[in-house]
Design a protein around this ligand. Structure first.
Ligand code: IPE
Ligand code: IPE
Ligand code: MG
Length: 255
Protein backbone atom coordinates (compact mmCIF):
# COMPACT_ATOMS: atom_id res chain seq x y z
CA UNK A 1 0.00 0.00 0.00
CA UNK A 2 1.22 3.51 -0.79
CA UNK A 3 0.66 5.41 2.43
CA UNK A 4 0.88 8.99 1.25
CA UNK A 5 -1.76 8.75 -1.46
CA UNK A 6 -4.37 7.28 0.86
CA UNK A 7 -3.48 9.79 3.56
CA UNK A 8 -3.84 12.80 1.30
CA UNK A 9 -7.24 11.57 0.19
CA UNK A 10 -8.45 11.32 3.78
CA UNK A 11 -10.20 14.59 4.51
CA UNK A 12 -10.30 13.88 8.23
CA UNK A 13 -6.63 14.64 8.78
CA UNK A 14 -6.59 17.87 10.67
CA UNK A 15 -3.26 19.36 9.82
CA UNK A 16 -4.42 22.87 10.56
CA UNK A 17 -2.29 24.52 13.21
CA UNK A 18 0.71 22.49 12.08
CA UNK A 19 3.33 24.45 10.20
CA UNK A 20 4.55 21.93 7.66
CA UNK A 21 7.62 24.04 6.88
CA UNK A 22 8.74 23.91 10.53
CA UNK A 23 8.45 20.23 11.27
CA UNK A 24 10.99 18.63 13.56
CA UNK A 25 13.59 16.94 11.36
CA UNK A 26 14.26 14.25 13.91
CA UNK A 27 11.66 12.91 16.35
CA UNK A 28 12.74 10.52 19.10
CA UNK A 29 10.22 8.53 21.15
CA UNK A 30 10.41 6.64 24.44
CA UNK A 31 7.54 4.24 23.83
CA UNK A 32 6.54 3.67 27.45
CA UNK A 33 3.45 2.28 29.16
CA UNK A 34 2.70 -1.01 27.42
CA UNK A 35 2.63 -2.87 30.74
CA UNK A 36 0.26 -0.39 32.36
CA UNK A 37 -2.00 -0.47 29.31
CA UNK A 38 -2.31 -4.24 29.64
CA UNK A 39 -2.76 -4.12 33.42
CA UNK A 40 -5.65 -1.67 33.11
CA UNK A 41 -7.39 -4.24 30.94
CA UNK A 42 -6.52 -7.26 33.05
CA UNK A 43 -4.32 -8.60 30.24
CA UNK A 44 -0.81 -10.05 30.38
CA UNK A 45 2.03 -7.58 29.72
CA UNK A 46 2.78 -9.35 26.44
CA UNK A 47 -0.55 -8.12 25.07
CA UNK A 48 0.48 -4.59 25.96
CA UNK A 49 3.66 -5.03 23.94
CA UNK A 50 1.66 -6.41 21.04
CA UNK A 51 -0.63 -3.38 21.13
CA UNK A 52 2.51 -1.26 21.31
CA UNK A 53 3.68 -2.63 17.97
CA UNK A 54 0.39 -1.56 16.40
CA UNK A 55 0.91 1.96 17.73
CA UNK A 56 4.42 1.95 16.27
CA UNK A 57 3.13 0.91 12.84
CA UNK A 58 0.76 3.88 12.79
CA UNK A 59 3.31 6.40 14.00
CA UNK A 60 5.87 5.30 11.41
CA UNK A 61 3.25 5.83 8.73
CA UNK A 62 2.31 9.27 10.01
CA UNK A 63 5.95 10.39 10.28
CA UNK A 64 6.57 9.19 6.76
CA UNK A 65 3.46 10.97 5.42
CA UNK A 66 4.38 14.21 7.16
CA UNK A 67 7.84 14.14 5.62
CA UNK A 68 9.77 13.86 8.88
CA UNK A 69 13.35 12.83 8.11
CA UNK A 70 14.27 10.68 11.11
CA UNK A 71 12.24 8.77 13.70
CA UNK A 72 14.20 7.12 16.50
CA UNK A 73 12.23 4.77 18.73
CA UNK A 74 13.42 3.30 22.01
CA UNK A 75 12.42 -0.33 21.73
CA UNK A 76 14.74 -2.04 24.25
CA UNK A 77 17.19 -0.52 26.69
CA UNK A 78 20.38 -2.03 28.10
CA UNK A 79 18.50 -2.09 31.43
CA UNK A 80 15.51 -3.98 30.02
CA UNK A 81 17.52 -7.24 30.20
CA UNK A 82 16.69 -7.18 33.92
CA UNK A 83 13.04 -8.00 33.17
CA UNK A 84 11.78 -11.59 33.49
CA UNK A 85 13.19 -13.85 30.79
CA UNK A 86 9.75 -14.47 29.30
CA UNK A 87 9.07 -10.79 28.81
CA UNK A 88 12.47 -10.24 27.18
CA UNK A 89 11.66 -13.18 24.90
CA UNK A 90 8.30 -11.67 23.93
CA UNK A 91 9.92 -8.34 23.09
CA UNK A 92 12.55 -10.00 20.90
CA UNK A 93 9.96 -12.14 19.13
CA UNK A 94 7.77 -9.10 18.50
CA UNK A 95 10.72 -7.28 16.96
CA UNK A 96 11.47 -10.19 14.64
CA UNK A 97 7.81 -10.49 13.72
CA UNK A 98 7.42 -6.77 13.11
CA UNK A 99 10.33 -6.69 10.70
CA UNK A 100 9.24 -9.85 8.93
CA UNK A 101 5.67 -8.64 8.46
CA UNK A 102 6.30 -4.97 7.74
CA UNK A 103 9.49 -4.98 5.68
CA UNK A 104 7.71 -5.17 2.34
CA UNK A 105 5.41 -2.25 3.08
CA UNK A 106 8.15 -0.16 4.69
CA UNK A 107 10.39 -0.73 1.68
CA UNK A 108 7.56 0.07 -0.70
CA UNK A 109 7.09 3.38 1.11
CA UNK A 110 10.75 4.32 0.79
CA UNK A 111 11.57 3.89 4.51
CA UNK A 112 15.20 3.33 5.51
CA UNK A 113 15.54 0.94 8.46
CA UNK A 114 18.47 1.41 10.83
CA UNK A 115 19.34 0.28 14.33
CA UNK A 116 21.35 1.74 17.19
CA UNK A 117 22.62 -0.16 20.23
CA UNK A 118 24.41 -3.39 20.99
CA UNK A 119 22.89 -5.34 18.14
CA UNK A 120 25.33 -8.26 18.38
CA UNK A 121 23.89 -9.21 21.80
CA UNK A 122 20.37 -9.72 20.39
CA UNK A 123 19.05 -13.22 19.66
CA UNK A 124 20.31 -14.43 16.28
CA UNK A 125 16.83 -14.53 14.71
CA UNK A 126 16.26 -10.88 15.53
CA UNK A 127 19.73 -9.97 14.27
CA UNK A 128 19.17 -11.79 11.01
CA UNK A 129 15.85 -10.06 10.38
CA UNK A 130 17.36 -6.71 11.28
CA UNK A 131 20.38 -7.13 9.01
CA UNK A 132 18.13 -8.17 6.15
CA UNK A 133 15.80 -5.18 6.66
CA UNK A 134 18.70 -2.74 6.90
CA UNK A 135 20.33 -4.07 3.77
CA UNK A 136 17.11 -4.19 1.80
CA UNK A 137 16.16 -0.58 2.57
CA UNK A 138 19.60 1.05 2.62
CA UNK A 139 19.18 2.83 -0.72
CA UNK A 140 15.73 4.23 0.05
CA UNK A 141 15.41 7.98 0.45
CA UNK A 142 12.37 8.44 2.71
CA UNK A 143 11.91 8.37 6.47
CA UNK A 144 14.83 6.92 8.43
CA UNK A 145 13.33 4.57 11.02
CA UNK A 146 16.04 4.21 13.61
CA UNK A 147 15.30 1.47 16.15
CA UNK A 148 17.14 1.62 19.49
CA UNK A 149 17.74 -1.96 20.61
CA UNK A 150 19.85 -3.00 23.55
CA UNK A 151 20.58 0.72 23.56
CA UNK A 152 21.99 2.70 26.47
CA UNK A 153 23.26 6.26 26.28
CA UNK A 154 26.06 5.66 28.76
CA UNK A 155 27.35 2.54 27.07
CA UNK A 156 27.27 4.40 23.75
CA UNK A 157 29.44 7.15 25.27
CA UNK A 158 31.84 4.57 26.77
CA UNK A 159 32.26 3.00 23.32
CA UNK A 160 32.92 6.41 21.81
CA UNK A 161 35.57 7.19 24.44
CA UNK A 162 37.30 3.88 23.71
CA UNK A 163 37.21 4.48 19.97
CA UNK A 164 38.65 7.98 20.23
CA UNK A 165 41.27 6.87 22.78
CA UNK A 166 42.45 4.23 20.34
CA UNK A 167 42.70 6.77 17.57
CA UNK A 168 44.82 8.94 19.84
CA UNK A 169 47.04 5.96 20.73
CA UNK A 170 47.46 5.15 17.05
CA UNK A 171 48.18 8.80 16.31
CA UNK A 172 45.16 9.14 14.05
CA UNK A 173 43.67 11.79 16.32
CA UNK A 174 45.19 14.60 18.36
CA UNK A 175 43.83 15.28 21.85
CA UNK A 176 43.55 18.99 21.15
CA UNK A 177 41.41 18.26 18.07
CA UNK A 178 38.74 16.35 19.97
CA UNK A 179 35.54 18.35 19.60
CA UNK A 180 31.75 17.91 19.56
CA UNK A 181 31.71 16.73 15.97
CA UNK A 182 34.32 14.09 16.67
CA UNK A 183 32.30 12.75 19.60
CA UNK A 184 29.02 12.86 17.65
CA UNK A 185 30.73 10.92 14.86
CA UNK A 186 31.83 8.22 17.30
CA UNK A 187 28.21 7.54 18.36
CA UNK A 188 25.70 5.17 16.75
CA UNK A 189 23.80 8.20 15.44
CA UNK A 190 26.71 9.40 13.29
CA UNK A 191 25.45 11.45 10.37
CA UNK A 192 21.97 12.03 11.81
CA UNK A 193 20.83 15.42 13.09
CA UNK A 194 20.19 15.54 16.87
CA UNK A 195 16.51 15.07 17.75
CA UNK A 196 14.46 18.28 17.67
CA UNK A 197 11.59 16.70 19.57
CA UNK A 198 11.61 13.90 22.12
CA UNK A 199 8.31 12.40 23.20
CA UNK A 200 7.82 10.16 26.21
CA UNK A 201 4.47 8.51 26.77
CA UNK A 202 2.83 7.39 30.03
CA UNK A 203 3.81 10.43 32.07
CA UNK A 204 7.30 9.49 33.23
CA UNK A 205 9.62 12.50 33.45
CA UNK A 206 12.98 10.86 32.92
CA UNK A 207 15.37 9.94 30.13
CA UNK A 208 16.00 6.33 31.18
CA UNK A 209 19.44 6.35 29.51
CA UNK A 210 18.09 7.41 26.08
CA UNK A 211 20.30 9.46 23.72
CA UNK A 212 22.11 11.28 26.53
CA UNK A 213 24.49 13.22 24.28
CA UNK A 214 22.08 13.81 21.43
CA UNK A 215 19.22 15.25 23.53
CA UNK A 216 21.28 18.20 24.82
CA UNK A 217 18.98 20.83 23.22
CA UNK A 218 15.97 18.73 22.30
CA UNK A 219 12.44 19.91 23.11
CA UNK A 220 10.73 17.37 25.36
CA UNK A 221 7.02 16.54 25.32
CA UNK A 222 5.72 14.12 27.95
CA UNK A 223 2.19 12.85 27.49
CA UNK A 224 0.03 10.94 29.95
CA UNK A 225 -1.19 8.60 27.22
CA UNK A 226 0.11 5.06 27.38
CA UNK A 227 2.09 4.04 24.30
CA UNK A 228 -0.58 1.70 22.80
CA UNK A 229 -3.05 4.62 22.95
CA UNK A 230 -0.68 7.03 21.22
CA UNK A 231 -2.03 7.67 17.74
CA UNK A 232 -1.76 10.06 14.83
CA UNK A 233 -3.63 12.82 16.71
CA UNK A 234 -1.32 12.47 19.70
CA UNK A 235 1.71 12.88 17.46
CA UNK A 236 0.23 15.92 15.76
CA UNK A 237 -0.48 17.42 19.19
CA UNK A 238 3.11 16.84 20.27
CA UNK A 239 4.33 18.53 17.08
CA UNK A 240 1.98 21.44 17.72
CA UNK A 241 3.40 21.82 21.23
CA UNK A 242 6.93 21.66 19.78
CA UNK A 243 6.12 24.40 17.30
CA UNK A 244 4.99 26.69 20.09
CA UNK A 245 8.29 26.37 21.93
CA UNK A 246 10.89 29.08 21.80
CA UNK A 247 14.21 27.38 21.11
CA UNK A 248 16.92 29.71 22.32
CA UNK A 249 19.92 27.38 22.47
CA UNK A 250 21.35 29.45 25.28
CA UNK A 251 21.06 32.73 23.43
CA UNK A 252 18.64 35.63 23.69
CA UNK A 253 16.38 37.26 21.13
CA UNK A 254 17.51 40.63 19.91
CA UNK A 255 14.50 41.56 17.78
C1 IPE B 1 7.51 0.07 27.21
O1 IPE B 1 6.49 -0.33 28.05
C2 IPE B 1 8.12 -1.06 26.43
C3 IPE B 1 9.49 -1.39 26.79
C4 IPE B 1 10.18 -0.91 27.78
C5 IPE B 1 10.13 -2.36 25.95
P1 IPE B 1 6.77 -0.91 29.49
O2 IPE B 1 6.88 -2.40 29.38
O3 IPE B 1 7.91 -0.24 30.13
O4 IPE B 1 5.41 -0.54 30.21
P2 IPE B 1 5.22 -0.04 31.70
O5 IPE B 1 6.14 1.11 31.91
O6 IPE B 1 5.53 -1.21 32.59
O7 IPE B 1 3.78 0.36 31.77
C1 IPE C 1 12.41 2.99 28.75
O1 IPE C 1 11.31 2.52 29.40
C2 IPE C 1 12.89 1.98 27.75
C3 IPE C 1 12.03 1.75 26.59
C4 IPE C 1 10.90 2.35 26.35
C5 IPE C 1 12.53 0.78 25.67
P1 IPE C 1 11.41 1.74 30.80
O2 IPE C 1 10.03 1.39 31.20
O3 IPE C 1 12.38 0.63 30.67
O4 IPE C 1 12.04 2.85 31.76
P2 IPE C 1 11.96 3.02 33.33
O5 IPE C 1 12.34 1.71 33.92
O6 IPE C 1 10.56 3.38 33.66
O7 IPE C 1 12.90 4.13 33.62
MG1 MG D 1 8.07 1.39 31.33
Amino acid sequence: MMWLKAWKQNKENSLDQIALERLPRHVAIIMDGNGRWAKKRGLPRSMGHRAGVEALRKIVKTCSNLGIKVLTVYAFSTENWSRPKDEVGVLMTLLTEYLRKELQELHHNNVVIRAIGGISALPSEAQKELENSIKRTQNNTGLILNIALNYGGRSEIIDAVKKISNEVLNQKQKIEDINEKCISDALFTKGLPDPDLMIRTSGEMRLSNFLLWQLAYTEIVVTEELWPDFGEKSLLNAIKAYQQRDRRFGGIHTD
